[in-house]
Write a protein that binds this ligand. Sequence first.
Ligand code: ADP
Ligand code: MG
Length: 252
Amino acid sequence: MGTVYAIANQKGGVGKTTTAVNVAACIAEAGRETLLVDVDPQANATVGLGLPRSQVPGLYEVLTGAATADQALTDTAIPGLQVLPAGPGLAGANVELPRAEGFEQRLRECLEPVRDLFEYILMDCPPSLGPLTVCALVAADRVIVPVQTEYFALEGLAGLLETLALLQRELNPRLTVAGMLLTMHDSRTRLARDVEREVREHFPELVFDTVIPRNVRVGEAPSYGLPVTHHDPHSAGAAAYFELAKEVAARG
Ligand code: ADP
Ligand code: MG
């Protein structure tokens, strides 16, 4: 049975989608069957893998029972990487989901029939701790927390870890933190170096050794509908995501 990762942080713009898309692509490239589930109504992961925002059936149809996860699986340009797209109705799920008792388990139940098809399942979460993120964290075995190396990096992280601990106690005893990932790191600036040191001091065991540099190729890759590892495999950004994928796999 595959390992399920949620890429989560309630802050927006910290590199969740970029990390989900690129780690998924690297793992698939290493020959492992991989699924990326787009849990964010903004559908950036779906679009970043070259699929239309309007692709149906998507996760909304799956969560509401109009389609099975199997029916929503879609091939990407990367061999071994499939995506379960967000679909245009997903924003509504944040309102509709909490009306049903036990909604927190819904995504986990929906993914159960396809878990055996994949060695790795990655879920790109929205920038909030709303119902969709809760569903993803209940479906997950591990969480990867991207942290942008900027001034307010530490803000919200302690709270996020408390929320993860609460979820683990109440809803998902399997849940563990795979690691925190420093993203968009600009090694030329003292601020980035200071933030990195501070985050590593606060969370010594948790931070991945690999740091993702700020890299133009990483930022532009989604406009080509490709992970950076395929858009420019020789870029510093691609190299960092290949390293990270190895570290994620090694941490198990
Ligand atoms: P989130 O999903 O957390 O909101 P994104 O992954 O969408 O964050 O990243 C926010 C923005 O920063 C996007 O425009 C993305 O292309 C860009 N970005 C992410 N990581 C990098 C990086 N390492 N270098 C340059 N730009 C990046
Ligand atoms: Mg995103």
